[in-house]
Write a protein that binds this ligand. Structure first.
Ligand code: ADP
Length: 495
């Protein structure tokens, strides 16, 4: 019986494929790195063919490692790096140049222009997003501006726009399906998240022909079937979601008020706000969490630019560590940071400060401060920054957070998670499967094909690897947070 689910997780630095069994356990994993192409400072591209080739290769490899064939697979789910933008010729499948990656800043002037035209407010009201080069809209406009006759060809229906999910879906179905899901659509800055459709006014402002846009579908449901030759048999594709939304689902944050934090290079916090799109008054984004086929649900999102990356910096630039996991023992070898705060504002500060010109600092140095204090302060800075985003979420949300679910590479650090629990004053919960992005999209696909009957039946709902209970007194927490806030004030470019 086909009771396995194949999750494709196309990330910024690699393509991965993971096979899950019906109990939600990992059966096999395959991974291939993908190249970042940086033709100019601040520009980031990827080769669309490489994205596809590495992804299909890992899918085949994961199946063979698991000793399975396509007939053992009930369905496929696709989770992807969000916002990255492609455009291709519908007839030949030929892309118009490389994919423009979410990190690429080339369209910052186009975003300044949108703001100067007074569009920031209407864009935020419709899309839930802050005008920024991060999102797909200006990237697509750039591609259309830089390819001969592209706008006219698009208007004739000859070109297809897609985020990475759409590109993979197109290739997996042999060009048969041009579609995306609501979560990916909600990151384009072209999608009205309230009416759940492409927005004519924004398309007109950016001169994007609607004929180029994919159909928008629920995140869980039938998207199409893989071509028979690709994996050895046709397999239904039944789930699609952007990586952070997939992780929220994989953490089983299916109820309003539940939140997760992914501790990777940066930190991504998402809180489920249910059927209600919470408009942020605190610098967060409003986005679509998913649609299981019965209407969209929403989330608020905030990100920290430098999370685990501060530990890489200690290792690679300062040479204070040989490996990231040494940080835990070093931090524990001192009772506290000795009054030191590290503010890793290497690329400015994100939510809730939004200060592009702020730069990092180590504050509170005295003669007795050593490397362990600095390492400890660096780990604490990851938790403080996450606490700032959570405080903003609590102000925007109807009910305050009751526990924080965590994943990502740095969530292996027990010191960090205990300090996180202490400083936000709610339990922090680490699941046994921290591959929550792949698990989440496997769940979305499996729910649509009957592998799991309902969200209440998802196997990892109650599974916990470890729960970190807050143990700091309120006074202590307030004292430390106040020290952190003072440190942040010192690095801000404007008060
Ligand atoms: P990404 O998906 O963003 O590439 P990962 O989820 O793989 O990131 O996490 C890698 C990040 O986590 C790196 O920045 C690394 O410094 C950090 N990291 C990994 N292990 C630890 C650890 N034990 N303690 C603290 N940070 C860690």
């Amino acid at each position: 019986m086909a009771d396995h689910v194949l999750a494709l997780d196309q990330g910024t630095t690699s393509s991965r494929a993971i096979v899950f069994d019906g109990s939600g356990a990992i059966v096999s994993v395959a991974q291939r790195e993908t190249r970042q192409i940086c033709p100019q400072p601040g520009w980031v591209e990827q080769d669309p063919e490489e994205i596809w080739e590495t992804q299909i290769e890992t899918a085949r490899l994961a199946l063979s490692k698991a000793g399975l064939t396509a007939r053992d697979v009930a369905c496929i789910g696709i989770a992807n790096q969000r916002e990255t933008t492609l455009c291709w010729d519908r007839r030949t499948g030929e892309p118009l140049g490389n994919a423009i990656v979410w990190q690429c800043r080339r369209t910052a002037p186009a975003c300044d222009d949108l703001r100067a035209r007074g569009l920031a407010e209407v864009i935020q009201a419709k899309t839930g997003l802050v005008v920024d080069a991060y999102f797909s809209a200006t990237k697509l406009a750039w591609i259309l501006d830089h390819s001969p006759d592209a706008r006219r060809r698009a208007a004739r229906g000859e070109l297809a726009f897609g985020t990475v999910d759409t590109w993979l879906l197109w290739r997996l179905t042999g060009g048969g399906v041009h579609a995306t899901d609501v979560t990916n659509a909600s990151r384009t800055m072209l999608f009205d998240i309230h009416r759940t459709r492409w927005d004519e006014e924004l398309l007109a402002e950016l001169a994007i022909p609607p004929e180029a846009l994919p159909a928008v579908r629920p995140s869980s449901g039938a998207f199409g079937e893989t071509g028979k030759d690709l994996l050895g048999a046709a397999v239904p594709i039944a789930g699609v979601a952007g990586d952070q939304q997939a992780a929220l689902f994989g953490q089983c944050c299916q109820r309003e008020g539940m939140a997760k934090n992914t501790y990777g290079t940066g930190c991504f916090l998402l809180m489920n706000t249910g059927k209600r799109p919470a408009a942020s008054r605190n610098g967060l984004l409003t986005t679509i969490a998913w649609d299981l086929g019965s209407g969209v649900e929403y989330a608020i999102e905030g990100s920290v630019f430098v999370g685990g990356a501060v530990i890489q910096w200690l290792r690679d630039e300062l040479g204070l560590l040989r490996a990231a996991d040494e940080s835990e023992d070093l931090a524990r070898s001192v009772p506290d940071t000795g009054g030191v705060y590290v503010v890793p504002a290497f690329v400015g500060l994100g939510a809730p400060y939004w200060d592009q010109s702020a730069r990092g600092a180590i504050l509170g140095l005295t003669r007795g401060v050593g490397r362990c204090h600095i390492v400890r302060a660096a780990l604490e800075s990851i938790a403080y920054q996450s606490a700032d985003v959570l405080a903003a979420m609590n102000r925007d949300a109807a009910s305050p957070l009751r526990e924080l679910r965590v994943d990502g590479g740095a969530c292996a650090n027990n010191f960090l998670l205990q300090f996180q629990a202490d400083i936000v004053g709610v339990p922090v919960v680490r699941p046994p499967v921290i591959e929550t992005t792949a698990l989440g999209v496997a769940y979305l696909a499996g729910l649509a094909t009957g592998v799991w009957a309902s969200p209440d039946d998802l196997p990892s709902r109650r599974l916990v690897d470890r729960r970190f209970e807050p143990s700091m007194t309120d006074e202590e927490r307030e004292r430390r947070m106040s020290g952190w806030r003072q440190a942040v004030e010192r690095v801000r470019s404007r008060p």
